[in-house]
Design a protein around this ligand. Structure first.
Ligand SMILES: [Zn+2]
Length: 402
């Protein structure tokens, strides 16, 4: 059963039965989007867009704060518990100095093809601004709204990692930042940990190999004999080695060696230092932990076999999460999509987003589809209909109270 209820004086309750979509000023929404998209804001260069957004939000009576890292937190008073909306201000590298936004009035907006468009994630920001204009213009009752606009999401959520969480109080958050078809809800994202293995062998001259311990044999044995988990483990778990290099201690180290460096070295020694960098992803923390343990054991056993040693270290990249389809927050989102006449689709992500970070701080964040497609490419485009639906989604969302 839906735990959330619609607030009084909401547009959805309108006696005249007007559709909310009619209250959306489509022209204004598109103009807002085009203005934001035309401001280049690759990760690390968000000052200009932050300034423009601060002005726009203040004009709509929000109190805007910038944290020490440059993330924006904008608040609007309301009734009941806060709802948080999170979007990122940065884009991937633009591909040029100027973004020419092309709108041929055919229902799609794109760049001139020489740069990305940046609809990822400015579509969501434009829809949020339109929602704010509609609730202000129609004097609608709504929940307190907290808008978190992050920097550097595209570089592993660096902005969210540095967000000043003392500025926010909301415990529920929607992030519309996904290029799936409109009406998609992301139910999960994996735990993601990286591992580093330093393999130590014994160096000796290549004409007397029996006197040495070859780290390449240890690596090979760990994979082929000790069956280190590698590749697809099960439906929800993967393991990968991205880099491995081996050579002579003092000549290679863990800090990165170019192929040219290695080729330039002599070949008459048994390699005594190996470095392996990899990662494991899983929806279940216990699977992830057991895979990491199995990787460590495989390398330790292989090293033991030849008389070498390993040093195995692990670092968390992101904590994962899984929502149940019957979660009241998920059901509320489903009910809004249904009201929009949209068939809801569920999605299990294989990557992270700002949601992973927010979840770690006890904020229940859910990622939903946005209005952009082909993101991170010069062929990126925005679907205008989806942008309008997204603004409508936000209008409905802020009027649903737990
Ligand atoms: Zn994005």
């Amino acid at each position: 059963m839906l735990k959330y209820r619609l607030m009084n004086n909401s547009l959805n309750n309108n006696q005249k039965g007007e559709s909310i979509m009619e209250h959306i000023n489509k022209k204004r929404l598109i103009e807002t989007f085009k203005e934001l998209a035309s401001i280049p804001s690759p990760s690390g260069q968000e000052e200009k867009i932050a300034q423009v957004l601060t002005e726009k939000l203040e004009k709509l009576d929000l109190v805007v704060q910038k944290d020490a890292y440059g993330n924006l937190v904008a608040k609007l008073d309301g009734e009941g518990e806060s709802i948080m909306l999170c979007a990122h201000m940065d884009t991937v590298a633009v591909g040029g100095d100027v973004i020419n936004v092309v709108d041929e009035d055919k229902g799609e907006i794109k760049s001139d093809g020489t740069t990305i468009l940046g609809a990822d994630n400015k579509d969501s920001i434009a829809a949020i601004i339109e929602m704010l204009a509609v609730i202000k213009g129609n004097n609608l009752t709504h929940r307190p709204v907290e808008i978190v606009l992050t920097r550097e999401e595209e570089i592993i959520s660096k902005g969210a990692k540095n967000l000043d969480f003392s500025l926010v109080s909301g415990k529920e958050c929607i992030i519309s930042d996904q290029a799936e078809s409109y009406g998609t809800i992301t139910l999960s994202a994996p735990y993601n940990y990286k591992f580093n293995i330093i393999i130590s062998g014994k160096r000796c001259h290549s004409k007397e190999p029996e006197k040495g311990v070859d780290v390449i044999k240890i690596l090979a044995r760990a994979i082929e004999v000790e069956n280190m988990p590698l590749g697809r483990i099960d439906d929800n778990t993967t393991s990968n080695i991205a880099y491995q290099y081996s050579g002579l201690s003092g000549e290679v180290n863990g800090e990165g060696v170019t192929v040219a460096d290695i080729i330039s070295k002599g070949r008459n020694s048994i390699p005594d230092l190996g470095v392996v960098h990899g990662e494991v992803r899983s929806l279940e923390k216990s699977s992830l932990e057991s895979i990491l343990k199995a990787i460590e054991n495989a390398f330790a056993n292989a090293a033991d076999y030849f008389g070498g040693k390993i040093n195995f270290t692990v670092e968390k990249l992101a904590d994962g999460y899984v929502y149940n389809k019957s979660d009241p927050f998920v059901l509320m989102i489903v009910s809004i999509f249904k009201e929009q006449g949209i068939e809801v689709k569920f999605f299990h992500s294989i990557g992270g987003s700002d949601a992973n970070l927010l979840m770690e701080y006890g904020i229940r964040a859910i990622v939903i589809s946005s209005a952009h497609r082909n993101n991170h490419q010069k062929s990126e485009y925005l679907i205008v209909d989806d942008l309008v639906k997204l603004a409508d989604f936000y209008i409905k969302l802020v009027q649903f109270s737990p």
